[in-house]
Design a protein around this ligand. Sequence first.
Ligand SMILES: *Cc1c(COP(=O)(O)O)cnc(C)c1O
Length: 836
Amino acid sequence: MKKLNPFWLTDSRQVLVPGQSVFFAIRGDHHDGHQFIGDLYAQGVRQFVVDRPVADADQYVDAQFIVVDNVLAFMQQEAAKHRQQFSIPVVGITGSNGKTIVKEWLAQLLGGGSPQPDFVVVRSPKSYNSQVGVPLSVRQLTAAATIGVFEAGISRPHEMAALEAIIQPTIGILTNIGTAHDEGFKTLRQKVAEKLRLFTRVQTLVYCLDNEVVANEVAIMLRAVNPAAHYIGWSAEGHAEAAFWTTLRGDQLTLTRRADSREWTIQTPFTDAASVENLTHALLTLLSLKDVAVDDLNQRVARLRPVQMRLELKQGINRCVLIDDSYNNDVAGLRLALDFQKQQSSCLPKTVILSDVLQSGQDEADLYAFIGTLLAEQGVSQVIGIGPVISRNARFFGQGARFYPDTDAFLAQFSTDSLQERVVLIKGARAFSFERIVNRLQEKVHGTVLHIDLDALTHNLNYYREKVGSQTRLMVMVKAFAYGSGSAEVARLLQFHRIDYLAVAYADEGVFLRQQGITLPIMVMNPAPETFQTLIDNNLEPEIYSMALLREWMGKGEERREGGTEEQETKSTSSSFPPFSLSSAPPSRPFLHLKIDTGMHRLGFLPEEIPAVVDYLKQHPNWRVATVFSHLVGADEARFNDFSRQQAEVFGQAVAVLEAGLGYRPVRHLLNSAGIVRFPEYTLDMVRVGIGLYGVESSQLEASRVRTVGTLSTTISQIKTVKAGETVGYSRSGELDHDARIATLAIGYADGFDRRLGKGMGQVWVNGVLCPTVGNVCMDMTMIDVTGASAAEGDRVEIFGPNLPVTTLAQQMNTIPYEVLTGISERVKRVFYSAG
Ligand SMILES: *Cc1c(COP(=O)(O)O)cnc(C)c1O
């Protein structure tokens, strides 16, 4: 067999260096990698590992197909072979919580940040700890590495053996074990026992003795199979057999080695129980690898940073989009960030501002040659290098690249006019203080900000995807500025995740998405005839809800077809009407979406009008009904279940008449977010997800399964003490019955903080305490009573978000979350972020 290419891919969206990549076509429950071979080939990938011969293989000139029995197992075996080439220490981390944090902190303690690192660390990217993620992580080991740090996660019995064979850890860390039986295990003991299988061959194990089940399983099971290992059990509760005792006083964490009573006292930046536990695991692992004096240890801990590393998307000057990743700069992180940039820059040109790349241990010329190639392959058209090392390797970055010795020089010399409408990745090691560059390039954010968590959006998308199954198409509603979240960014993310359809209310909204580089099919639900030309020019597809509209739209199409020459005709079909990919509607264009009124009595054909629709369509056989749909009026409430079923019934009958008349089956869809949860039996061919994607599960049956997406916050402009008997705000409506500390917030009804929330009807979250409004809400400001909270001027307060659900706010306003979300004014800054 030919050698495998060095870049391993399992996700067709993450192609970075196509010519040197191998794609593993893995089959999962909802996913089959074989589907993406054509797509990857088009992107330049030429090597594929598959589990059956590819039917149309001759269409892939120069592609190489390696056929194996089981692609995942093959990839795992190859990773295990790769691992065997290295006789360096390898740390394997497992547990229920804290794996990623312990891994990141250990990597930082081992080398990160110091000018002369003791170790060259290769570690799992992000939380790559699954059956697929672990082989990809281990594959990153190179000859330059002096230690590997990898995490392993399992969700079912018998999974750990495969991960052990790949990681082959010499040092083990067992992090916190949760008590919930959430992971497919019958008992806690079984879960612990399975996790311990990662450690059957380690030479050292670091674990906490204070969990009784863990202590017992290690003592009984693991010691029996691995008696020679060095067991470093630690205890914060004075366990008699601990190798280390720990105590925390204030922010002083003391580790005491029982054998010789040696002590290390460390000032810890994190004092919450979980962080201290994670830190202890990382510190004891470091001490098992190297004798570190207490001062040195303190310096390393002081350099630790919380593991959040979220790539923040920010609005830049000159209509640029900034990706702020000014925390660290190693090659793995750079690749992730470039990936994210690719995702975000459908049509905008790309700039990368990059510092010296630290912690690599690789030959300098090789490293920068590699990075230069990577940036070129990513289509980065403007490279700005900052730092002495990257500057002396300028030759690898092409003609147009610019270099500066340090951040000061860049800020002094660089003209920001050259950045116009670009996606700018700002990626620098901490020492370069790239936050100053971000600050310079960022459009200034005023008090009120809506943060949008793109990872939560993805999570929610996957939740609905999983519910409806892979055979069902997904349409996502991005009307009303994606429910207030920002339609361009949300649509870009959805396009990246390959949903099937977007829907907007009005033509303008669709045009905006096209201008932002969105190429997904888009349905327009309320298309006025005056906008038909706009629809055609922008590839937008109308919802047709009346005979009059049907005639107008088809008339428009005919006019266009007759008016064009042969050449224009071809062009018009390919540009105005994208190939329709839904399986049951053959790609005969142009087409439309029929809306049936089954009880909402808003827009739509009544069922009795369907025969007339059929007659009309039969006279125009060129036209295809792409989809037919209706909308439930009360899917979110059980008391309307009977009516919902009746609507489904009516819809079914109307569709039957339509299909019989047309002689083919359009794609059918009925359910919105709540309907998906409540009526799986009506999933049909496609579903339309709206509010659930944005974090509100409105049936309330599975509310805990979706994650909060938006957080609206603002700042305190001023705090003052006001005496009892005084009043606050307009119309003297906020009379005080106590001496109060009153804070003025930089948010008012013009931002979407509804006037109904005034006079104590609404509350906001201030440093852990809910504080009521006082007096009337003003246009741009609101006063709250912070007497019971610890609050200072400049503090950020949460209007809604993880600490104060938007549903609560909606109740206080006597409305529904839809109105709260879509009511946030466009003047409020949207900031998008992702862990990358
Ligand atoms: C807005 C809308 C949806 C989405 O509803 P959610 O309750 O937000 O999931 C679905 N279908 C139609 C026709 C809509 O207008």
